[in-house]
Design a protein around this ligand. Structure first.
Ligand SMILES: [Ca+2]
Ligand SMILES: [Ca+2]
Length: 342
């Protein structure tokens, strides 16, 4: 439900994607911000550190029509526990499908575990070129949530062999502490019209969302909140797409934000799973604004640097920090200046 608690009227409406342009504000220097390609997978990732190596063997079983993955061992894993060791196990997906997920046994207090476990992913040989093998290495913890150590993604399954016989592969484990890949990604564009004081966030699509329902799918919709000073002023949502992990929306959400307020606000984007019975659940979140981190901040700055131009990026979804977060609190924005009369 909408609560009008703000003293500032940052009014919003949902409109079709097309819109007219306005005059540039001209105080932000576009040359400071590089344009990145829309579909860039690398664009949102900073150079990654590695933490040990993972070895596995791949082959294709024509009779079973399945990709055979044997997880062999890991070497030189980092210590995640205060005892100076870790309790590693490996979780494995054949993306984009998430329904079928395997994991190895946990190896207690071992930084060089020998797994030697075999997993079969039913998949047609012709389909293998569209699939991605994703390994996440975790440290098991008895009383707290398990720490993610890192991940290995194999984009091209034919990179190393034709899979007609077992091929052993060693890959560096890339440091990663969030399950970004596990929650999926969202593509949206941001566009700001300074003279009109109008910001448009267009939710374009999502991919590889986490399955939240027992059917192995989700019913995703996207909720966008305008945040000011840690408080949620207003929220809007897209339509719900039933039973898909790769929804396409192309829905624009408009916020009226005068140029003098643009430094004070940010947007929280939550991908939700609709449930007919019970509470809707958060699949993942991301944030954009001057106080966001990484791509969330860069995307915002790029929007301001290129007024009237929709800027589009893929964003990895992060774990929702939980209800305690300030997202859910209500309040008003600290007295911004009244709109100037021309
Ligand atoms: Ca542990
Ligand atoms: Ca659902």
């Amino acid at each position: 439900m909408e609560k009008n608690v703000s003293s500032v009227d940052f009014s919003m409406e949902t409109l079709p994607v097309r819109q007219s342009s306005a005059v540039s504000i001209g105080r932000i220097k576009p040359e400071l911000y590089k344009q990145k390609s829309v579909d860039s997978e690398e664009g949102n990732k900073e150079p990654v550190e590695t933490c040990g190596k993972l070895s596995f063997a791949l082959s294709y079983d024509y009779e079973e029509q399945a990709l055979v993955v044997r997880i062999l061992k890991a070497l030189d894993l980092p210590a995640k526990d205060f005892t100076g060791t870790s309790d590693p196990y490996v979780k494995i997906y054949l993306l984009p499908e998430r329904k079928k997920k395997f994991q190895t046994r946990v190896h207690r207090k071992n930084l060089n575990p020998v797994f030697d476990e075999l997993f079969l992913f039913p998949v047609e040989y012709e389909q293998l070129c569209n699939r991605k093998l994703h390994f996440s290495v975790y440290d098991f913890d008895r009383f707290t949530s398990h720490d993610m150590i890192g991940e290995v993604v194999v984009d091209n399954l034919f990179e190393l062999s034709d899979l007609s016989r077992e091929a052993v592969v060693w890959k560096d484990i890339l440091v990663s502490t969030t399950e970004s890949v596990d929650l999926g990604e969202i593509m949206y564009s941001l566009c700001y019209l300074p003279t009109a004081g109008r910001m448009t966030l267009t939710v374009i699509k999502c991919r590889n969302l986490k399955a939240m329902d027992i059917t192995g799918s989700s019913d995703p919709y996207v909720k966008v909140s305008l945040i000011c000073d840690g408080r949620r002023l207003k929220k809007r949502k897209t339509t719900t797409k039933k039973s898909t992990l790769n929804p396409v929306y192309n829905e624009a959400i408009i916020f009226d934000i005068p140029p003098e307020n643009v430094e004070q606000v940010s947007l929280s984007i939550m991908v939700m799973d609709y449930d007919r019975v019970g509470h809707n659940e958060v699949i993942g979140v991301c944030r954009t604004g001057p106080d966001a981190e990484g791509l969330g901040r860069d995307h915002w700055n790029e929007m301001l640097a290129y007024p009237r131009k929709p800027i589009t990026h893929w964003h990895s979804l992060c774990e929702w920090p939980g209800r305690a977060s300030s997202f859910e609190s209500q309040g008003s924005c600290p007295s911004p200046k009244p709109p100037q009369t021309p």
